[in-house]
Design a protein around this ligand. Structure first.
Ligand code: NAD
Length: 298
């Protein structure tokens, strides 16, 4: 008999993930308060439950893909008592490390097992089943979840105990936010000094300033034809999501007494940019730096 998966949160990410599980032969019982998300899940072959609690009642594994930590904790409090003892809860949302640890504690206290398993790879990775999973929790629970996560992801890494999957996610995005700003400042400085983008790319892509933000995701049009800069900064990875992740990273820096000045500043700069450009790709921060530098690009 097929493993029954409870799936809560069928948005941009969760919807295609649930569909991939159905395609792989799992029986998916899903819930989302949004009617359109429920209709899509039904069309994709999932069974749609009337409530979140009903969706988890028959499940061996429950996946959650929810907007933030508050919703994850609310949903856990709502459904834990309805699940069969020993159900494996796998939260794939991006949330605070502290919230992830609290969610795991709630699940364990209710007689269940829990993993945090945030992802990178975005909506296209969710649809293609090529997400990267960063997993926190016990080794045997990781082993139990692995076959299922491998349906959804191209790479699945056990990072450590509860919350450490979220730690990996925010550490990566902290570095990405800082490096995108650093690269963008250098590009704008280069513009002012007469250094053209193609030559900047030619030199830096093989010099010590080389980074993913430049060689895979160049924030100005031209050098990397697939980057969002070539398509009016359509995401990609939207500024609103980078701002959220840097907010989580800033919380973690403060909570853990890390003197992360660049991280806090990156969070502040994205928070400000997000007020006018939430739906633009996060690499559009280069346009903000250019504007704040008092000059439009020629
Ligand atoms: P989304 O807003 O599209 O989806 C969230 C879904 O959760 C919505 O459909 C909403 O109706 C549902 N929901 C809200 N309350 C619920 C409840 N009580 N029970 C069940 N469902 C509920 O967001 P998304 O883009 O799918 O992102 C989901 C998570 O994945 C977020 O934590 C986000 O940070 C993370 N993430 C997103 C991306 C991306 O590119 N979109 C990439 C990596 C990680």
């Amino acid at each position: 008999m097929a493993t029954v998966i409870g799936f809560l949160g069928l948005g941009h990410m969760g919807g295609p993930m649930a569909a991939n599980l159905v395609r792989a032969g799992y029986e998916v019982v899903a819930f989302d308060p949004a009617p359109a998300a429920r209709d899509q899940a039904r069309a994709d072959g999932a069974t749609v439950a009337d409530t979140a609690a009903a969706a988890v009642a028959q499940a061996e594994v429950v996946l959650t893909m929810l907007p933030n930590g508050r919703v994850v904790l609310d949903v856990y409090r709502d459904v834990l008592a309805a699940a069969a003892p020993g159900t494996l809860f796998v939260d794939c949302s991006t949330i605070d490390v502290a919230d992830a640890r609290q969610a795991a504690e709630l699940a364990v206290a209710a007689g269940h097992r829990a993993l945090d398993a945030p992802v990178s790879g975005g909506v296209s990775g969710a649809a293609a089943g090529t997400l990267t999973f960063m997993v926190g929790g016990a080794a045997d629970d990781f082993a139990a979840a692995l076959p299922l996560l491998e349906v959804l992801g191209g790479k699945v890494v056990h990072c450590g105990g509860a919350g450490v999957g979220q730690a990996a996610k925010i550490c990566n995005n902290l570095m990405l936010g800082i490096s995108m700003i650093g690269l963008s400042e250098a590009l704008v400085l280069g513009e002012k000094l007469g250094l053209r983008h193609d030559e900047f790319f030619d030199v830096v892509s093989t010099a010590s300033g080389q980074c993913w933000a430049l060689t895979s995701y160049c924030p100005v049009p031209g050098p990397v034809p697939t980057s969002p800069a070539n398509h009016d900064y359509r995401p990609g990875f939207a500024t609103v999501l980078m701002t959220k992740d840097l907010g989580l990273a800033a919380n973690a820096l403060r909570d853990n007494g890390v003197d992360g000045r660049l991280g806090l500043l990156a969070a502040e700069l994205y928070d400000r940019f997000n007020r006018t450009a939430a739906d633009k790709d996060f690499s559009a921060i280069v346009t903000d730096i250019r504007t704040r530098s008092g000059e439009e690009q020629e």
